[in-house]
Design a protein around this ligand. Structure first.
Ligand SMILES: [Zn+2]
Length: 229
């Protein structure tokens, strides 16, 4: 199995291990090192069901180059982010329930936990053009614009998107955003949020807690779980 295909398998299975499954929807994609497009989960399978045969190579024109069937309708999420940002290696889209629930509150994401410090004290970006499927290149480009250079963004009424310069970073950014949302939802269910990091502490925590080595360690843990939640 090529390295990119193998990484795409591990990324998708890690998302299952992190509890981001929504039956057969959602996908992780890895940039093809030879510039042909992206290695992405094939439609019709859950994250934990992905193996090397259930990964497609999809061209920059959204054509399946290797693998069976049509690509996911929302492959444009990955194609347009990775086209716009050549330094990125991997992108993730999921319907993580914590992210969807939190986005519906339309309230700032606060650094109430290590996970919440991922944005260094800034709010998480949100893609508000549509709550429907990102099923065209135009919508993909708009989503890429909303994400900007942030590690992840909320897609209200839909899910989340995350990106990274490595597979490890992209998957972990998705996992950390969902975790931050879940933690703040728990707080808000019990009462008003009273304690969170100020901008200086949040920025310091972003560097300390979410350095590359930490993201790699978290991803390695999820990979060892091999799809088990
Ligand atoms: Zn979706």
């Amino acid at each position: 199995m090529t390295a990119a295909r193998e990484l795409a398998v591990t990324a998708n299975r890690a998302l299952a291990a992190a509890g981001q499954s929504d039956m057969v929807w959602g996908h992780a994609a890895v940039r093809d090192p030879d510039g042909r497009g992206i290695w992405i989960k094939a439609p019709g399978w859950g994250f934990e069901e992905i193996d090397g045969d259930r990964i497609q190579l999809v061209s920059w024109d959204a054509e399946v180059v290797e693998g069976d069937g049509a690509p996911h309708k929302e492959c444009h999420i990955h194609l347009e982010i990775l086209r716009l940002r050549p330094e990125l290696h991997c992108t993730v889209h999921s319907h993580a329930r914590g992210a969807v629930a939190f986005a519906a509150l339309d309230t700032p994401l606060l650094p109430v936990s290590h996970e919440g410090a991922l944005f260094g004290g800034a709010d998480v970006p949100r893609f508000t053009l549509t709550g429907g499927l990102v099923s065209t290149p135009d919508l993909g480009r708009a989503l890429a614009g909303a994400l900007g250079d942030a590690p992840a963004a909320l897609m209200p009424k839909h899910g989340l998107v995350a990106a990274g310069t490595s597979v490890q970073a992209a998957v972990m950014h998705a996992v950390l955003l969902d975790g931050a949302c879940r933690t703040q939802l728990t707080v808000m269910a019990a009462g008003p949020v009273k304690v969170w990091s100020d901008d200086a502490e949040a920025a310091a925590k972003r560097g300390e807690c979410w350095a590359e080595s930490q993201l790699d360690a978290g991803f390695a843990y999820l990979a060892r779980k091999d799809g088990r939640p």
